[in-house]
Design a protein around this ligand. Structure first.
Ligand code: HEC
Length: 269
């Protein structure tokens, strides 16, 4: 089976090369003019995700709760007037990316999940065992899905992560501690190297995903009938019953992430 696959890759490559095109799934990054390896790009987008996720968890959910704002796993239901939990915010980002043209996959899993659908299986379960020990990112090529895959530790970075998971009625583990590796984000992309343009497209699709889910949250608030609506503008929940607009939220993410990402992008040019 594998040999047949390899032969067909070679044939496809020959056909494409002889037609003058560049084979899409080419494995030799050095011979193409692509600027980044898939590992570098997934590391960049994972770093942006870390900052976005922390900002949302701490500045919106954490501070928002202190102002009486609600966040719920059933936030989309008509009778629930609440915002998305951090994990569902991430799912929203993943769904938005999936709807767009960039072939980037994003998934949040664990070995002891609240939602059984988030349990790692196969190779990802094996690698997650290593991540729990060394907290280092893992990269591999998923032969079955034909996707380059990267996994990054998702840490219990706030007290709220621990208490909510430990106390959840569906939890499969109730002794999480601050700093534990609670799960990992898995990122996938079909090609082993990306051009400068493709890299920017990956970063933009992630940013668009955060705006899409955040706007969904603001629309949900708009439809509140029984709950107090926070004022949406320039201010953050730390200052009172306020929420930033999508632009203000994205602006903060950009300010926090852009330096690291830009260093990467500039270094490659
Ligand atoms: C208020 C409750 C709450 C808080 C706070 C919370 N989570 Fe979760 N988390 C959930 C729920 C509920 C799910 C399952 C969502 C779903 O249906 O996929 C989940 C899912 C996850 C998953 C996927 C595996 C699973 O358990 O299903 C990980 C990993 C995770 N959360 C880590 C974190 C981390 C890290 C933090 C803090 C930065 C955090 N969570 C904060 C409730 C919470």
């Amino acid at each position: 089976m594998k040999t047949i696959f390899k032969i067909s890759i070679i044939l496809v490559s020959i056909v494409l090369t002889s037609c003058g095109g560049v084979p899409e799934g080419k494995t030799d990054a050095a011979s193409s003019d692509n600027a980044f390896s898939v590992e570098e790009v997934l590391e960049m987008v994972a770093a942006e995700n870390d900052i976005t996720r922390t900002l949302y968890t701490k500045a919106i959910v954490g501070k928002g709760k202190a102002q009486g704002m609600k966040f719920d796993e059933d936030w989309r239901k008509d009778d629930v007037e609440a915002g998305p939990l951090p994990a569902l915010f991430l799912r929203g980002v993943a769904t938005s990316i999936q709807k767009g043209p960039v072939p980037l996959g994003l998934y949040l899993g664990s070995d002891f999940p609240i939602n059984a659908a988030n349990k790692f299986v196969g190779k990802q379960a094996d690698l997650f065992e290593e991540i729990k020990k060394d907290q280092e990112p893992k990269f591999f090529y998923d032969e079955e899905q034909k996707l380059h895959t990267a996994m990054f530790a998702d840490l219990a970075s706030a007290g709220a992560c621990v208490t909510c998971h430990n106390d959840h009625k569906q939890t499969s583990k109730s002794d999480w501690k601050l700093g534990d590796v609670m799960g990992a984000t898995t990122w996938q992309y079909p090609k082993d190297s990306l051009s400068y343009k493709e890299t920017v497209a990956v970063l933009n699709s992630y940013a668009k995903g955060t705006v899409d889910i955040y706007v969904e949250y603001l629309n949900e608030i708009e439809a509140f009938e029984n709950s107090e609506k926070p004022e949406i503008g320039e201010k953050w929940p730390a200052e009172g019953k306020y929420l930033p607009t999508a632009e203000v939220f994205l602006d903060s993410v950009k300010k926090l992430t852009s330096y690291k990402t830009m260093k990467h992008l500039v270094a490659a040019k």
